[in-house]
Ligand binder design. Sequence first.
Ligand code: XMP
Length: 512
Amino acid sequence: MSEKNRVLVLDFGGQYNLLIARRVRECGVYCEIKPNTASIEEIRQFNPAGIIFTGGPSTVYEEDAPRCAPEVFELGVPVLGICYGQQLMTVMHGGSCKAGEVREYGKAELLHNSSSQLFEGVRQQSICWMSHTISVDKLPDGFVVCAKTKDCPTAAIENPEKKLYGMQFHPEVMHTEQGALMLQNFLYKICGLGNEWTMAAYSQEAIADIRQKVGGGKVLLALSGGVDSSVAAALISKAVGSQLTCVFVDHGLLRKDEGDLVEQAMKDKFDMNIVRVNAQERFLEKLAGVTDPERKRKIIGEEFIRVFEEESKKIGAVDFLAQGTIYPDVVESGLGKSAVIKSHHNVGGLPDYVDFKEIIEPLRLLFKDEVRALGLELGLPEELVWRQPFPGPGLAVRIIGDITAEKISILQEADAIFRQEIAKAKLNREINQYFAVLTDMRSVGVMGDGRTYDYTVALRGVVTSDFMTADWARIPYDVLEKTSNRIVNEAPHINRVVYDITSKPPATIEWE
Ligand code: XMP
């Protein structure tokens, strides 16, 4: 793709690099993140229509402060420097920065002077998000101030002739009220880009790329039942049909009917070879009597490799091993480098065991919501595409204590009921993860005229954007009531249901 229709996000180590890229793509503009050390040749080859410098934790006067190739400013391409990016642009053009009287952190009132294209349509006064210790003090020649806050007289600066722009605040964070409009102004008005990045166009391009790369070769993919590997399988299958073989290791710890759903969705619409290995007994044997969560994870990871290895030996040598790595994995594991092997089911080092020549990662440039949009575009069912995250070790980490076939099926029933009720209440997109946990505790109950001594199920529902922190979901009482009634009536051996009202931290999302 050499057309000049994309943006380069140059990363200076800021915590918001991914967020900036997300925001640009939300404007329908394709962008990629590259490290600040990217060479000018690499940048020229990328051929961006605009460049955004991210913020970063350093200050420009530190000895090893990150810089960029100075020729970046000679490309004739608009550059927007955010926070550290603005300071760097200033210093590289002969201006200077210094610490203000007060360190500005948090919300601040932004005032602009209406002259800049960056602020077209932006209210004269609005709230922006600041986080800095130093700021621009002396402007470089040709630059003017176009916005300020009480404590920062250079909250935004520009040199329209050279198409250089800077913002001390963060337009990408939600707290900057009109940040999205400012970014749109930069992309549409200053860079002359349009809202054109669509999944329909992307999928055509990706299919053509895969065809070219794979040629007549064979591709192997480990299908986990999750969104990423399913979408990767669908995409590759559209490109090279039955040259793709998917090995679906069903460890028997999936949610109720999940294995069948995945298999069916793939078989119905795609021409691929699916090898489903029903390996529950093998996994149960290895897990018998194991109660420690980390040992459970390790056993499942290792056994998964073994099963996959056996199956791939039957298939023989393949040319490509496909993985559902997505963009955040790529960025987090080192910009520009190939992502570390994704640990589906905690499969560490899987490729060592499989005879292949090259890895293909057809989703490596997509964010999660883009992967979902692509899945729908390719014809995967909503149910699969909108699936909530599910841990690789599956229900093993939701059964406290040792795992038995009976406990798995008790939990599958309870969990299915909870998911049905959440879906009926149309809360399934609002609550980011929700599931049932089979506690190891039994208590006394009464059913009909009889005394029972049965398991307690805990329900967990969390609202979160990153799964690093989470709040417990305020599920309406009537939904909880209905779920609880149904679980004790319909799922075997459960006489008590509790709802987990702990946030993360201090708790984790999973119970193990
Ligand atoms: P915790 O429990 O750490 O979970 O708050 C955060 C997110 O990670 C998922 N999770 C896992 N995913 N293998 C996975 O693939 C695992 O061993 C694992 N443990 C937790 C969890 O479901 C949540 O989305």
